[in-house]
Design a protein around this ligand. Structure first.
Ligand code: FAD
Length: 483
């Protein structure tokens, strides 16, 4: 059996794995990056992403205390304060580092959180479009640099188990074309992107009918890293939430309807109803929350979003890749009625119940009493609109899952922790495999790309520091000053 020994072995070549790999090479470490994708443009969420670098929808260059406040508030103070500080303090430095590696960015007007979009940006069109776009170009640039700096890449190689020495992780084993290989590592980084494609884990933690939740990304993150780390005693956050969006149900059969356009703006301005024409979700808690609630349902495909002409012409046009008109150009069937009765008939829903639901809702909106509805419709984040301007519209909706937000608990050096908060020796995690930041009661989202970039870099720097000063693990100064 083949055996190779490195300072750092990395599982997964998304933004987390590649940033860690390049940074570790810069710091003089020998590094192996092991990726199960087979060709240079292997699928991963980082490559398929929209490429917008932000933290809790703030500009990544904002002062650290401002970013920390925004992340804490966005996560309902659920995020681990130590990780919030690490992300906030390191944000600007890490993005500058990415620029130094050759990543290019554009900004979208004055929108605060869209000041750092990987260039060239994806076009304003429906469906998946990643080839030659900013994230793809950035990943390829990082890969080229990694190889130039002496990093070794093993494609088509799937990590299956750890190498252990007692309680210490010593690297991993992987299979390549049926052959087993051992990658010994003084340090091991898990960067395999979450567990959203593992239907058994989705069923256990998120969705009773996991195959009825649409994969809104590469669809290849099986939770291998989390499972292996758990087998060594690693602790996880709560695993019940994900980052995703409300999508048109027809996306299951029409690939032009995912990952864009998303229907969040229509759902958060309009109402979501079940087959009895009753509201079932607090739409004011946002699109990611609605997607989570849909996924949690016994039947995740039994809801419609309803909106009127004012919502279609207003919020429907506001996102960067807007539902109006892209739903139509992508071939979605949008149900339409001049009255709610006519709409209910087309939806196959009881017309009196729908009229009553929308009537109550409109009254509550007009009297600003939406918190008294059942379920309440909160308004502190997103202003509700009455559904009064005909024609009225409806679409069957589904949850699109992009990545799971629960995962391994780590410290601010990206070291994987046990329940007692003691790090597992030699084991690090970065990117979407990490928990403790996003998720929580509102299924909060902070920003997957920044989580990958910053934690990848911090992991590499800690491994390098440990190599230089094997006994001292207390000072953070290396992280903050070394560029
Ligand atoms: C359509 C879309 C749009 C998005 N837009 C944005 C955005 O604009 N801004 C933002 O912040 N976030 C965005 N995201 C989220 C973001 O892409 C992810 O959070 C981030 O890229 C995760 O990076 P990662 O390195 O952790 O994982 P990934 O990029 O998913 O990489 C994980 C890698 O691990 C490999 N792997 C898995 N298992 C194994 C194994 N057993 N052995 C070896 N290799 C393995 C996989 O093949 C994969 O290449 C978007 C995602 C999607 C899908």
């Amino acid at each position: 059996m083949e055996k190779q020994k490195f300072d750092l072995v990395i599982m997964g070549g998304g933004l987390a794995g590649l940033s860690a790999g390049v940074r570790a090479c810069e710091l003089g470490l020998s590094v192996a990056l092991v990726e199960k994708g087979e060709t240079d443009q292997y699928p991963c969420n980082s490559r398929f992403s929209g490429g917008v670098l932000h933290l809790a929808f703030q500009n990544i260059k904002d002062p650290a205390n401002q970013l920390a406040k925004a992340i804490s508030e966005a996560t309902d103070h659920h995020a681990d304060p130590e990780l919030v500080m690490a992300l906030s303090i390191e944000s600007e430095r890490c993005v500058k580092w990415l620029q130094q590696q050759g990543a290019r960015f554009i900004r979208a007007g004055q929108v605060i959180w869209q000041q750092w979009i990987m260039a060239p940006p994806r076009p304003i069109s429906p469906g998946m479009d990643w080839k030659g776009r900013g994230p793809d170009v950035t990943l390829r640039t990082l890969m080229e640099t990694f190889r130039k700096k002496g990093g070794q890449v093993f494609l088509g190689c799937e990590v299956t188990d750890f190498l252990r020495d007692g309680e210490r992780c010593m690297g991993f084993q992987a299979t390549h074309q049926g052959q087993e290989k051992h990658f010994e590592g003084t340090a091991t980084l898990l960067a395999d992107g979450g567990f959203q494609a593992n239907l058994a884990l989705l069923k256990a933690h998120i969705a009773p009918q996991p195959h009825q939740v649409l994969q809104r990304g590469a669809g290849n993150a099986m939770g291998d890293g989390m499972r292996l780390a758990q087998s060594m005693g690693a602790a996880t956050s709560s695993l019940d939430a994900f980052y995703g969006h409300v999508l048109c149900q027809q996306a299951f059969s029409n690939p032009k309807l995912w990952p864009y356009p998303q229907l969040d703006e229509l759902a958060t301005s309009g109402v979501v109803v079940n087959p009895k024409a009753q509201r079932v979700i607090d739409e004011g808690r946002g699109g990611v929350y609605i997607a989570n609630q849909l996924a949690h349902r016994e039947n995740p495909l039994d809801c419609h979003v309803i909106f009127d002409q004012a919502i279609w012409d207003g919020p429907g046009k506001t996102s960067r890749i807007p539902a109006n008109p892209l739903l139509l150009s992508a071939g979605a069937t949008v149900l339409k009625g001049d009255t709610l009765d006519e709409l209910a008939q087309k939806m196959g829903l009881p017309a009196p119940a729908l009229t009553q639901t929308i009537g109550h809702y409109n009254q509550a909106v007009q009297k600003q009493q939406t918190s008294e509805l059942n379920p309440p419709r909160s308004h502190h984040k997103l202003t509700p609109m009455p559904l009064v301007k005909a024609p009225f519209y409806a679409l069957p909706i589904c949850a699109g899952i992009t990545y799971t937000t629960g995962g391994l608990l780590i410290d601010s050096h990206a070291r994987v922790l046990r329940e007692n908060k003691v790090p597992i020796q030699g084991l690090y995690a970065a990117g979407s495999v990490v928990g403790g930041i996003e998720g929580g009661p509102n299924a909060s989202y902070v920003g997957g790309l920044m989580k990958a970039l910053i934690l990848g870099i911090l992991a590499a720097e800690d491994v390098a520091k440990t190599k230089i000063e094997p006994t001292s693990k207390t000072s953070m100064s290396f992280h903050h000053h070394e560029v």
